[in-house]
Design a protein around this ligand. Structure first.
Ligand code: GRF
Length: 191
């Protein structure tokens, strides 16, 4: 039986992408990395694992719909069924959203709806909250507003620095995201 195929969209370091690859029982196969930044470290991680990379430059297209049309063509050709965003720094537009309705998932380093958008860890740190965390949610047209799938709390301590807090949040991300991906893919198989 062929496995469910997934694509990861990422623009940065790729530590979550790596965590997915390290999970031996992800219930799906990552067949494609989509990246909009040629210098992103995540690209090298994909190459090391022989995962095809589709790199694109949004500035080369007249509109968001134009590049999303091309992305959807690439995704369909690779028979991708799920899209997992992991540090993809762009808002998904309606063309891609409609093509993959209910199949685009994001990870965000805060307890949404608190601290949406960029620099969520820094925002939480500056707000001196006791707790922050990690949210996994479906994507909708807004910025980090889609239906929440899972959340995990991370305590913030008085002697925390942004660095120490980031490290603890990442440790949670790297366990939670693969676990939720597996559940989503398997639950769908049982529908
Ligand atoms: C993660 O903190 C994720 O929650 C956010 O972007 C960051 C990506 O980090 N959406 P990495 O590239 O996976 O290391």
């Amino acid at each position: 039986m062929s496995r469910v195929k997934a694509a990861v969209f990422a623009s940065g370091t790729g530590s979550n992408f790596q965590a997915m690859l390290d999970e031996s029982d992800l219930a799906c196969e990552i067949v494609l990395l989509i990246c909009d930044r040629p210098e992103a470290a995540v690209i090298e991680k994909a190459r090391q694992h022989q995962i095809p990379v589709y790199q694109f430059d949004p500035k080369q297209y007249a509109t968001k719909e134009a590049y999303e049309r091309e992305l959807v063509t690439v995704l369909k050709k690779a028979r991708v069924q799920w899209i997992f965003l992991a540090g993809y720094m762009r808002i998904v537009g309606s063309y891609l959203l409609h093509a993959y309705q209910g199949k685009i998932v994001n990870i965000h380093p805060s307890l949404l709806p608190d601290f949406p958008g960029k620099d969520a860890i820094t925002q939480a740190f500056a707000a001196k909250v006791d707790k922050t965390g990690v949210t996994i949610h479906f994507i909708d047209e807004g910025i980090d507003t889609g239906p929440i799938i899972a959340q995990q709390t991370v305590d913030m301590y008085p002697d925390d620095t942004i660095r120490s807090l980031t490290k603890r949040i990442q440790q949670v991300e790297h366990k939670l995201y693969p676990k939720i991906i597996k559940q989503l893919v398997q639950n769908e198989g049982e529908l």
